[in-house]
Write a new protein. Structure first.
Length: 431
């Protein structure tokens, strides 16, 4: 696939076009195949027989809006970002922050080696330290047995490469030893791979330690699979309105600092980050629940829940933001290959590896975080959010597709965005 322009994520006035025109413009910009174009439309792209094979007791399908965030430049490359989300303002806010960021070079990101952990819990041990020594003396044999589960992965440069041991004394169940298999899963999310390896070597673990294995499962705290992103924006980009750019950016830093020190604010701060992350994870068929679990666990890794991102004003007059979190996503296997729309979303985002996808996701999370902080430091989060929510209110009140924009605009101008006001304007339109 080839893109028509080095800056193909810049699609001005996209929101003003019809859905069909938007889809055609995005598809042309990304050079999508005809199959991807059809599947992005979502018109029965997930057929019932496919859905029935993905989960149990299927009775239908549940749809979410699929939008595209524009303007993103990450590691000096343009991206169009598919986002499956129901919340107003998310796509628009991320796109707007990306537009500002690209004026200063965009986002920079890097993902670590795709290492996942599988845990093996060993009970009924009189001396867990001695049992760990026995495991370590058989480590090469156990690693080889684990890698026998997936020779293709090994041939691609992945596989199990280390076994860690963690001794827990005086638990409610007595002494306990927990082994961690460290596995490079390459471009997969890796859950099935590491679970299979853990189950395969569990009997051998029992034989070596004379203990009893209970759990054999991955950990979603993928702290060896971190991704980092950062962005620096000239504070003058925020000039305008009632505050100078420096004043507004000072407000952003003040709001972000509260999230660093206060878990009550950190929870909402991080939720704003996940507003940008989850829609991409969902659109590409990845496990958004695993990403959420890992992110929040990582935010509390030092014994206190804190912000996943930090913001500061540099001595050179730039607002600098940084984010770091686990990102266990894949581009092969699971729903990423079973769901036609997920395949189309991956074609649209056009990444070459799971690591590149992680870098894109982290950058969008940081953009979304900045958008929320800017709103909080300026007009407040609710004013802008409700303006974008007005269309949903109009639909709920019974507006037809032709009436939605007009009723939404009337509510905004009236300064009252609620169902009662929408019904009032709808009633006034009737002959």
């Amino acid at each position: 696939m080839s893109n028509s322009s080095a800056e193909y994520s810049r699609l001005p006035s996209l929101r003003d076009l019809t859905i069909e025109t938007r889809r055609a413009l995005v598809s042309d910009a990304a050079g999508l195949s005809q199959t991807a174009r059809v599947n992005l439309a979502g018109k029965n792209s997930l057929q019932e027989h496919i859905a029935d094979g993905m989960i149990e007791n299927v009775i239908g399908k549940f749809e979410l809006p699929l939008g595209v965030a524009t303007n993103f430049k990450i590691n000096n490359r343009d991206y169009l970002i598919p986002m499956a989300v129901e919340e107003p303002s998310v796509v628009a806010a991320a796109s707007h922050m990306a537009k500002l960021a690209r004026k200063c070079g965009g986002f920079q990101a890097n993902a670590e080696r795709p290492v996942m952990r599988a845990q093996i819990q060993i009970l009924d041990l009189s001396d867990p330290a001695e049992a760990l020594e026995k495991i370590q003396s058989h480590a090469d044999q156990l690693i080889a047995a684990a890698n026998d589960c997936d020779p293709v992965l090994v041939s691609l440069g992945g596989g199990c490469f280390e076994i860690e041991g963690h001794v827990f004394k005086d638990t409610p169940l007595g002494n306990m030893l927990v082994l961690h298999l460290l596995v490079d899963v390459r471009d997969a999310m890796g859950a099935n791979t590491v679970n299979t390896m853990a189950e395969k070597i569990a009997p051998k673990i029992e034989e070596i330690t004379q203990g009893r294995v209970r759990l054999r499962i991955l950990s979603n705290l993928a702290d060896l699979r971190l991704v980092r992103a950062h962005v620096s924006l000239d504070v003058s980009l925020f000039d305008g309105g009632q505050s100078t750019g420096h004043e507004l950016c000072t407000g952003i830093v003040e709001a972000a600092t509260l999230a660093v020190i206060d878990p009550y604010r950190a929870a909402t701060h991080n939720k704003g980050i996940m507003n940008g992350i989850d829609p991409i994870v969902l659109a590409t068929g990845n496990d958004w629940r695993a990403i959420e679990a890992g992110a929040h666990a990582y935010a509390a890794r030092n014994g206190r829940y804190t912000a996943l991102s930090t913001w500061a004003i540099t001595s050179t007059g730039y607002l600098k933001g940084e984010i770091e979190l686990p990102m266990a996503v894949g581009i092969i296997g699971g729903a990423t290959k079973a769901h036609p729309a997920a395949q189309a979303a991956l074609e649209l985002i056009n990444v070459g590896s799971a690591g590149e996808l992680a870098e894109v996701i982290a950058s969008v999370g940081l953009a979304q975080n900045l958008a929320a902080l800017r709103a909080l430091a300026d007009e407040g989060i609710q004013k802008g959010h409700m303006r974008l929510h007005a269309r949903t209110v109009a639909i709920t009140a019974g507006a037809s597709p032709e009436q939605v924009s007009q009723i939404a605009q009337k509510m905004i101008e009236h300064g009252a965005i609620n169902a009662e006001t929408a019904r009032h304007f709808l009633k006034a339109q009737k002959p």
